[in-house]
Write a protein that binds this ligand. Structure first.
Ligand SMILES: [Zn+2]
Length: 144
């Protein structure tokens, strides 16, 4: 089990940028194609609010949607799912399991990972909700 972090909205405002606060704490969506870290190096994507490792570089793929897309989280219990019925659609919302920050949504429309393989989930995540940490900078047990 992931130990929860709880902070007041005022405390989050001090930690996050205004845009991060809007997306992560007020369930906003960033504009597409703003992602600043289109990196091709190995590393881990952490929650920008609390540092919990959420996604691996090897699970990232280019969905063409303008938001970073991943096949699966780094560990099943590092994210939580909620039904989101806003905007007249029913979508599955993904939040950080530790701090409850909104990350994005999960869809069932990813291409198979191998030819002929089963359809995959697509974790469509706001880039601003993630912090990229290159493999080389990560010490043992860091971020936990
Ligand atoms: Zn978090």
């Amino acid at each position: 089990m992931i130990e929860k972090i709880r902070k007041t909205e005022e405390e989050w405002k001090e930690i996050l940028t205004p845009e991060q606060f809007r997306v992560m704490r007020q369930h906003g969506t960033e504009a597409p194609f703003v992602c600043s870290w289109r990196k091709d190096e190995d590393g881990t994507y952490q929650c920008a609010a609390c540092g919990l490792p959420l996604f691996r570089h090897e699970d990232k793929f280019d969905s063409g949607t303008g938001w970073p897309s991943y096949f699966e989280p780094i560990a099943p219990d590092h994210v939580e799912y909620f039904e989101d019925t806003s905007g007249g659609m029913t979508r599955e919302e993904v939040r950080c399991a530790r701090c409850g920050s909104h990350l994005g949504h999960v869809f069932e429309d990813a291409p198979p990972r191998e030819p002929g393989g089963p359809p995959q989930k697509r974790y469509c995540i706001n880039s601003i909700a993630l912090k990229f940490v290159p493999e080389t900078d990560e010490g043992p047990g860091d971020g936990e």
